[in-house]
Design a protein around this ligand. Sequence first.
Ligand SMILES: Nc1ncnc2c1ncn2[C@@H]1O[C@H](COP(=O)(O)OP(=O)(O)OP(=O)(O)O)[C@@H](O)[C@H]1O
Length: 305
Amino acid sequence: MLGRRICTSVLRSHINLFHFGNKFPNFQTKCHTPSEICYRKLSKSTIPGPNPLTSRFSSSNYHNRMGDAGRPAAVPIPDIEKADRSELLRALEASLGSSFSSEPLVPQPNPLIIVISGPSGVGKDAVIKRLREVRENLHFVVTATSRPMRPGEVDGRDYHFVSKEEFLSMVERDELLEHALVYGDYKGIPKQQIREYMARGYDIVLRVDIQGAATLRRILKDSAVFIFILAESEYTMVNRLIDRKTEAIDALLVRIVTAREEVKHAKKFDYAVVNKEGELESAVRLVESIIDAEKAKVRQRSAMI
Ligand SMILES: Nc1ncnc2c1ncn2[C@@H]1O[C@H](COP(=O)(O)OP(=O)(O)OP(=O)(O)O)[C@@H](O)[C@H]1O
């Protein structure tokens, strides 16, 4: 009685797993004692045999167990509590007629393009800098810019600092994914860097202003993930800009006016991350969680540059 129940459930799971339906007219089951469970008669041609290259637990002697008529012999299933694991797995494989593959059940996630944007002074650079320290397999695309270097910045690390003429010839050669004139200076994203690193399996981080994010959305559509960074309030944002001491008062005013407008664009992004005062780590953790969630998506984004 117990044997029959086990047999029925094995048969049911078999049908569910492989959707055999009525494709196998000569599929039969026969129950013996509980320890023997069941044996099935399947034609050789319809049983997927074990693949020794891809199967960690493949039962190499599976075919040896086939009788003269090409049927699996009765396969005793050892006691689950006492059996040696590999012996148990081999018996289960033989009983099911196929080996257990060690191949991943879902494909490797695609490399992701992460576009990070937000108003001036909200902490985009600070978030990205920390993200690069804590997360592997991430390539921050170094933007080309015609603006002068700020104190502490390094050419090739923070930006590729080029002259206006050099920048315009890069545009001519179609080397930039996107470019714009920002506060009187050119900024653009070199395509080649993205291609190279994506081919090596890296996720790509692009740091662009709101205007750049809008252009990238038109180019990349939903193939990239767009993250908007904000401060918790306008008051905090302005204070951060003042504390940074990188702008003269006129430039500061322009940035504040622009930032006020830019905050309204948050809804065009996929995610909004608030970088609260003194809580940079939380903001970075949230960005990491977004990347992790994107990696677990069933329908992956797939960017072609
Ligand atoms: N969570 C935080 N708490 C306190 N200060 C912060 C935080 N995040 C960033 N900052 C500081 O705020 C200032 C502005 O940050 P950052 O330069 O990263 O902004 P940004 O968005 O990249 O600005 P911009 O677009 O103008 O380059 C910096 O001095 C930075 O150290």
